[in-house]
Design a protein. Sequence first.
Length: 134
Amino acid sequence: MNEQKIRVLVAKPGLDGHDRGAKVVARALRDAGMEVIYTGLRQTPEMIAEAALQEDVDVVGLSILSGAHMALAPRILDLLKSNGQGDVKVFIGGIVPDEDVSRLKEFGIAGVYGPGASTEQIVLDIRAIIAKRA
């Protein structure tokens, strides 16, 4: 049986210019057998939602170090829903204060990972949430 690869878009929204963490996660996902599309730095929510639509992804991973996660994440979720992609799961990695994590999950963020998060755990979490959707 030929299992279809999980397609993941990794994006850096906002003005943050540091992408080392995003690249580490992208490589770990690729090494785990996922198909990864990396959009690069300084993406707008609109650019990310459009790329997710064009690439027909299952998951969007956002790397946010700027502190703008409470504005950017809900906007991206809204744009995905308006594109008919409400089933696309969104994960966030970066600098997110503990008090914001539950609020982000209420918005619909599937997972939040801080500095030093295990890439193995991220892979397991993505596989688990995609398996639930199937």
